[in-house]
Design a protein around this ligand. Structure first.
Ligand code: ZN
Length: 359
């Protein structure tokens, strides 16, 4: 049974270390790849006392010294992957490799004087987040900062398509959008190996990462990115969460089908509601009211819901309704409240009027 804090040595000599996470995902996979002269680490994990202890114990047991680590390769900037990179760089002196876009977002989200947290809260308010849940969301966003500290001092930028040598192989970085801007998967065509980060996961679907002032349609970009990954000949995929898997193409198809089902379900919910729904109201209908007690999960559920509503809007299935300060029944602070209703075409298709009553 796989558990956070444990590790597995695979036949190819790689060590998969399950670095513990303080939320329901339980662990992130770090891969330790022998390099000949030393080791490269892919995605070291999130900064926490548990994660640090996990690394100390694992490297001790494996007989690997900090100075044997010669490279730290990142798939994306999310805290559970990037968070420990600065801490690990301090111990190893190794370079940290990531995409230019990932570096921009790491700085934007947690750099000094960041304004992202306020912008995200403002956007969530306009998408219907109730005021009573704002303090917990603010505390959650503030709490993440300790999990990504310190930032790496020296980074080397990786470009999609430009081969990168580490772990005794030449890897082609492949851009993927929708989960995180600038996400890179690393493909070793000769052996059919893919370090897929969070772009494709087994058992669970990658969160679709909607953010203000970023790609407005991340689900569209995510589905396009999967189309680019689908034809790769992957003998074994090494994901950021859960365990390595094969049948990569089937997994990609299952994830596409999941989003199609969710889009259909949301279009139905919008039609059944009888009045325009905010993203928050839609989110509760999809994921249940229990989300209110967990700001971390609520944040990702909101992002997921907004991303799907935008996709439904862009494909002509729902339309947004903005209520201004005058006459607004429920008013988001300082901004119009955005809600969604079935589009004119959809209403005609099912014979429903704009107010939700059936013709
Ligand atoms: Zn992750």
């Amino acid at each position: 049974m796989s558990e956070a804090g444990t590790w597995t040595r695979h036949e190819n000599g790689w060590v998969q270390l399950r670095v513990p996470l303080p939320f329901s995902l339980k662990w992130v996979n770090s891969y330790v790849l022998p390099d000949g002269a030393g080791y490269s680490v892919v995605d070291p994990g999130l900064r926490s006392a548990d994660a640090e202890a996990c690394w100390e114990a694992a490297l001790g047991a494996l007989g690997i010294g900090w100075r044997d680590v010669t490279g730290i390769v990142l798939t994306h900037h999310h805290p559970d992957h990037y968070g420990l990179s600065g801490w690990m760089q301090e111990r190893t002196g190794a370079s940290v490799y990531l995409s230019a876009e990932a570096r921009v977002y790491a700085e934007k989200l947690w750099g000094e004087g960041e304004t992202f947290s306020d912008e995200l809260i403002a956007a969530f308010r306009s998408y219907g987040l109730p005021e009573k849940l704002v303090p917990a969301m603010q505390a959650h966003l503030e709490g993440v900062k300790a999990q990504v500290n310190p930032p790496p001092r020296e980074v080397r930028l990786v470009e999609a398509g430009a081969p990168l040598a580490f772990g005794g192989a030449s890897w082609t970085p492949i851009a993927g959008e929708g989960h995180a801007p600038g996400h890179l998967s690393y493909y070793d065509e000769a052996r059919g190996l893919l370090l897929c980060g969070d772009q494709v996961l087994p058992d669970i679907t990658p969160n679709i990462g909607w953010m203000p002032d970023a790609d407005p349609d991340p689900l569209g970009a995510f589905l396009d990115s999967l189309e680019a990954l689908r034809p790769l000949e992957v003998a074994r995929a090494y994901p950021g969460h859960r365990d390595p898997f094969d049948r990569f193409g089937e997994r990609v198809e299952a994830i596409v089908a999941h989003h199609e089902r969710r889009l259909r379900r949301m279009a139905e919910l919008a039609a059944e509601a009888g009045e325009p729904l905010s993203a928050f109201e839609m989110c509760e209908r999809l994921f249940g009211a229990r989300l209110q007690g967990n700001a971390h999960n609520l944040r990702f559920a909101m992002a997921e819901t907004i991303a799907h509503l935008v996709r439904l809007e862009r494909s002509g299935r729902v339309e947004r309704v903005e209520e201004s300060a005058d006459g607004a029944v429920r008013q988001a602070v300082g901004k119009p409240l955005i809600r969604f209703r079935p589009s004119e075409d959809m209403r005609q298709a099912v014979g429903t009027k704009a107010d939700g009553t059936t013709a």
